[in-house]
Design a protein around this ligand. Sequence first.
Ligand SMILES: [Mn+2]
Length: 321
Amino acid sequence: MTGKIQQIADAVKQCKTVMITSHEGPDGDAIGASLGLAAFLKAIGKDVTVHLADPVPELYRFLPGSDLVTPDIPDQDFDLAFVLDIGEFRRTGSKFCAFTRFNQLINLDHHLTCEEFGHINLIDEKAAATGLLVWRIAKACGFRADYNTAVCLYVAILTDTGSFRYSNANREAFESAGELLEQGGLNAWNIAEKLYESQPRKRIELLALALPTLEFVREGKVASITVLLEMYEKTGAGAELTDGFVNYPRSVAGVDVSIFFRQLEERRFKVGFRSKGTVNVATLARAFGGGGHHNASGGMVDGTLEEVKKIVYGAVDAVQW
Ligand SMILES: [Mn+2]
């Protein structure tokens, strides 16, 4: 692992132009790791482009560099291209999938199931966030975090560890957060306030419609919540505001697995799973061609809500625990 980090650090030192991308529907780690890497590379004089297929969610727009994220790919060649937190290469989106104008492709990820599509693949499932892999590389370059780099990487760690509550919150996560706080002069409360105490009113209005759909199966060990297209219409909220909804059913005593049914089209649902730890929901998601981690995973299922529930609850029933 150290050898690879050194290899990447060397490539970074030698390069001039860098393209950075991450997955569709970007979360705090995708955004934080991408913008943190961009801030670090800019600080050491590199020419950096951050391309994301989808826009930066409102929640993360306070992060420096978020205004420079582009849905397009500029007409130029790049020395290096970084793909972050991707799980599966196709999740970079159609534009990046077709893009080849780079000399070297570097894959940084902590998804166990990630393919080795890069020239260098740093895949460490023990890393709590992809932002931590970025931090390892920056440190290997002898970089001391400035504010911009620190705040982005701190947000990557904070969001992917559920504010240091998930089992992935290991020593590296805590130590790196401490380093970033100190070097970047961060204020933990200011960041927490932006992430957790500033939610749009529409999100709570949407949650108010979703909570009555709460349903318990498997003697209360599994709970689900549903968001239908009509709920967006009623509240004016968009799908990006459903982030975190899946945590409400899981927070109930006795619930081991929570499921979030999110309607995408008339007959298509995104199904998200969260586990308290007993059940490996990555395996569960694979039943529908999805993927993810032990405690968080998801996939897509076609059908009406009733049909989708039948399929998903059936798969849940097949798991012994
Ligand atoms: Mn991640």
